[in-house]
Design a protein around this ligand. Structure first.
Ligand SMILES: C[S@@+](CC[C@H](N)C(=O)[O-])C[C@H]1O[C@@H](n2cnc3c(N)ncnc32)[C@H](O)[C@@H]1O
Ligand SMILES: *[C@@H]1O[C@H](CO)[C@@H](O)[C@H](O)[C@H]1NC(C)=O
Ligand SMILES: *[C@@H]1O[C@H](CO)[C@@H](O)[C@H](O)[C@H]1NC(C)=O
Length: 399
């Protein structure tokens, strides 16, 4: 059991819309965010809207002096530095990218703080682990005497039907140790450990999920979902490999993952706002990642979602009685008008920002200020993180 202790003082760097802050709340650790730092004005408006009582520092991190940091007397740093310098499809300029400057500054500051924080959690994209920036981080942690553990984790591990593989690093100041065995390997799963409280909590939610009646009934439906089973003979009507398709089927049939429908908004106010425009439909029909309400998967939502179509996230088939295979059969031979006619049967729409927030684990009290545009909402959510994954990591780090 955790001993009752004084509230930990947490510094939230690159705070965005406060994903880390929500994760900290969800972790149930006695803690408070003593300062959040971000330069993005739109993100900051959303942060203030949801956390009006948190001190939000709207300036660059490298603009903060050592003394500013010292005054905050924090015990924990939660941070998600910009990931563009490390993305596999990006420029991979790594430490030469100006967007890495603030992170290198943090590494410089860390050994000079009057009180070294006891805990550090970092989130970034897959690809960070092979960067020079990561090497520098590890060097700094070792010289400051931290124990640490790296992870590559996706929310699917917690039964969430959304892939979002991210790099995480937990660091704890020695002589304290983690409640699990650390390793120099990057862990691809949450570690086993001794905490009975945590185990029963996760175990029971999984078992509950597995044993609900609705889930049993869905078993047949989910065969329909990915057009697995019966229509498998029609395969590869879309531009995807059979390997890819098999992977989708496995996910859709995995009953330890929740249904997409559990994350959807009921009675959507203005659905036409989200329907995919005909032009995009025609142009991208064969590469859209389409999921139905009874699927158990979706691909990672990125900041261009709702605007750029290619590779930015799944779209939702709202016509539950129409199968993909019906629409895509001999699709190539059709005229444009016929194609559009066929595609419109699927009633495809984008997931709404609220639905993406649900998949990311944002609590229902999270909201956007009214003036935040749709495009800004998608962009901010695409930059954010899965709260359940981080909450679990925070608990692992502190216990
Ligand atoms: C990957 S996002 C973090 C998102 C955040 N974890 C969330 O839940 O929304 C990176 C954030 O870092 C901010 N940022 C980038 N460079 C910065 C700098 N030099 N100083 C302060 N903030 C910066 C960006 O504005 C952006 O909001
Ligand atoms: C089903 O999902 C769970 C949680 O992500 C995972 O641990 C398990 O390996 C998956 N099962 C299959 C058959 O893929
Ligand atoms: C699935 O469908 C089959 C045949 O249609 C039916 O016999 C079976 O009871 C269904 N299973 C569930 C769990 O609903």
């Amino acid at each position: 059991m955790m001993e009752p202790q004084a509230s930990l003082r947490v510094l939230e760097l690159y705070s965005g819309i406060g994903g880390m802050h929500y994760a900290l709340k969800e972790s149930c650790i006695a803690a408070e965010v003593v300062a959040a730092v971000d330069i993005n004005t739109v993100a900051n408006e959303v942060y203030k809207h949801n956390f009006p009582n948190t001190y939000l520092c709207a300036k660059t991190i490298e603009g903060m002096a050592l003394d500013d940091f010292n005054k905050l007397e924090f015990d924990m740093i939660l941070m998600s530095p910009p990931c563009q310098p490390f993305t596999r499809i990006g420029s991979q300029k790594d430490v030469l990218d100006p967007r890495t400057k603030s992170f290198l500054y943090i590494l410089e500051i860390l050994p000079r703080l009057s009180k070294t924080p006891k805990y550090i959690l970092l989130e970034n994209v897959k690809g960070f682990e092979t960067s020079v920036a990561s090497d520098k981080l590890i060097q700094t942690l070792e010289s400051c005497r931290y124990t640490y553990q790296a992870f590559l984790l996706s929310p699917t591990l917690l039964g969430v039907p959304n892939s979002r593989l991210r790099y995480f690093l937990l660091a704890k100041l020695q002589p304290d140790t983690f409640c699990f065995q650390t390793s120099h390997q990057i862990l691809k799963h949450f570690p086993d450990h001794d905490d009975a409280d945590l185990r029963s909590r996760d175990g029971s939610s999984f078992n509950q999920m597995l044993s609900t009646d609705s889930n049993k009934k869905e078993q047949n439906k989910s065969e329909y979902c990915a057009e697995n089973g019966k229509s498998q003979v029609n395969l590869l009507y879309k531009l995807e490999t059979s390997e890819h398709q098999k992977q989708k089927q496995i996910q859709d049939n995995n009953l330890s993952i929740q249904l997409i429908q559990d994350f959807l908004e009921e009675g959507l106010q203005n659905p036409s706002l989200y329907f995919i425009p005909p032009k995009s439909l025609l142009r991208y029909a064969l590469i859209l990642d389409i999921v139905g309400q009874t699927c158990r998967r979706s691909v990672c939502f990125t900041k261009g979602y709702g605007h750029y179509v290619e590779g930015t996230g799944s779209v939702l088939k709202t016509a539950s009685d129409v199968e993909l295979s019906e629409v895509f059969q001999s699709f190539q031979a059709l005229s444009e008008d016929e194609k559009l006619n066929q595609l419109s049967k699927l009633k495809l729409r984008y997931f709404t920002p609220r639905e993406i927030a649900n998949l990311h684990g944002f609590p229902s009290e999270f909201s956007f200020p009214e003036k935040t545009s749709l495009r800004q909402r998608y962009r901010l959510l695409g930059n954010s993180l899965n709260i359940h994954v981080v909450a679990k990591l925070i608990r692992l780090m502190v216990e």
